[in-house]
Design a protein around this ligand. Structure first.
Ligand SMILES: Cc1cc2nc3c(=O)[nH]c(=O)nc-3n(C[C@H](O)[C@H](O)[C@H](O)COP(=O)(O)OP(=O)(O)OC[C@H]3O[C@@H](n4cnc5c(N)ncnc54)[C@H](O)[C@@H]3O)c2cc1C
Length: 367
């Protein structure tokens, strides 16, 4: 890395939430990076819809958080329901924090807000620009070959951030391989309109079904809802009377758990889905972990403090993946004894305030 007196040239590959957060965090420190993305524009799909308390705290410094909060839906409760038996409600407002809610906002809206702020800070997302290859030079700089409108261009940088998602070219250029473990069975995500949705608008619902099936439903605004389930048909996991006026999609996908061994080689770094993937489990999901990677990396690049980047991010990544795997396992218990143990624990959490506070903190991704 160059000495702190020299101006740093940073390339960020990928303008998803991780790349945009890295760009914002560098730009607010006076380093306006080159941010490229192979796609034409922000993808119009919702994907990650829950922003954690930690993400909202981290995005305050760049001025993004107030805009996210003003645009998203504040979810104040979680309702956990079983097909047979009473449901219980968790009140997020019990958390002593200014962000004592889950902020629901489709990922494309989050990206639009981040991109606008990056432009205000003097940056610009260069779309239709694909990274082709990277070469580490002896002097520590990195030569990047990019392609735009069929033309190749070569530029040299002090640091490169690979925020280019699950099929990362940067990771491939670093020669780093993903170890992959695929969850058995398919998962699915659906979006639908329901005019008579029988639950509160400021509530997220967990439908714990028979045989270990479960679905989570989040409000997207108006009559629109998003469901994610651990089966190949999210809609079939939602029980109780309700109409579906329009089904926008209901698609199955594989969930695989992957985590790189190292996030850094020389002055090339990985962040976000390029470094890890796992179940899309709400605030413990990939977008929020990517935002944490990005904030740490941008600060470290700006302050020439990148040595312990891998150690720090690998620990957070491993803990988050562990929590996500545990949440998926517990929600999907089909064994009667395990189900009884889970239900007793949830029941105790409802009665014991300190336990309940812990569950709320985990649910909102606080701390
Ligand atoms: C259905 C679904 C539901 C989800 N729900 C949640 C949720 O509730 N909570 C949560 O936290 N997460 C969720 N996720 C995961 C979340 O969407 C991802 O973790 C997040 O998008 C990762 O962000 P990223 O910026 O690291 O990567 P991406 O968003 O994948 O961005 C990578 C970018 O890099 C670009 N790129 C790739 N290769 C190149 C190249 N060679 N040159 C230039 N650009 C390149 C791509 O065009 C892309 O724009 C969900 C995902 C899905 C699919």
């Amino acid at each position: 890395m160059s000495s702190s007196k020299e101006p740093k040239k940073v390339l960020i590959v990928g303008a998803g939430p991780t790349g945009l957060t890295s760009a914002l965090e560098l730009a607010r420190r006076g380093i306006v990076p080159k941010l490229i993305d192979a796609k034409e524009c922000i993808a119009p799909t919702s994907r990650a819809t829950g922003l954690s308390v930690k993400s909202l705290e981290l995005l305050e410094a760049s001025g993004v958080t107030p805009r996210l909060v003003a645009t998203g839906i504040k979810v104040n409760h979680a309702r956990i329901m079983q097909e047979k038996g009473k449901g219980i409600t968790l009140d997020f407002n019990e958390l002593a924090h200014k962000y004592n809610f889950l902020l629901c906002l489709p990922q494309n809206h989050t990206e639009i807000i981040m991109q606008k702020r990056f432009e205000e800070l003097g940056g610009n997302v260069e779309y239709d620009t694909r990274l082709v290859s990277l070469t580490q030079k002896k002097d520590g700089t990195v030569e990047a070959v990019m392609e735009k409108n069929g033309k190749r261009l070569t530029e040299t940088f002090n640091a490169v951030i690979g925020a280019d998602g699950v099929n990362s070219t940067v990771r491939e250029q670093m020669g780093i391989k993903f170890k992959e473990k695929i969850y058995p069975g398919k998962w699915s995500a659906a979006e639908f309109d329901s005019k008579d949705w029988p639950h509160k608008q400021d509530e997220i619902q967990y439908f714990i079904g028979k045989g270990g099936k479960f679905a989570v439903v989040m409000p997207l605004g108006g009559n629109r809802y998003r469901a994610v389930a651990n089966t190949d048909d999210a809609m079939s996991c939602i029980f109780g009377k309700h109409s579906v006026d329009k089904l926008h999609f209901n698609a199955a996908f594989d969930v695989s758990v992957r985590h790189v061994k190292t996030y850094r080689k020389g002055n090339i770094f990985l962040a976000g889905d390029a470094a890890h993937t796992y179940a899309p489990a709400g605030v413990q999901g990939g977008m929020n972990l990517g935002i944490r990677d990005a904030c740490s990396l941008a600060r470290r690049i700006a302050e020439n403090d990148t040595k312990t980047y891998t150690r720090e991010r690998k620990a957070d990544g491993a803990a988050t993946i562990r929590d996500s795997n545990l949440a998926v396992r517990v929600a999907g218990y089909s064994n009667v004894f395990m189900k009884a143990a889970r239900n007793m624990t949830v029941g105790a959490a409802m009665r014991i305030k300190t336990l309940r506070q812990k569950v709320i903190k985990k649910s909102l991704g606080s701390g």
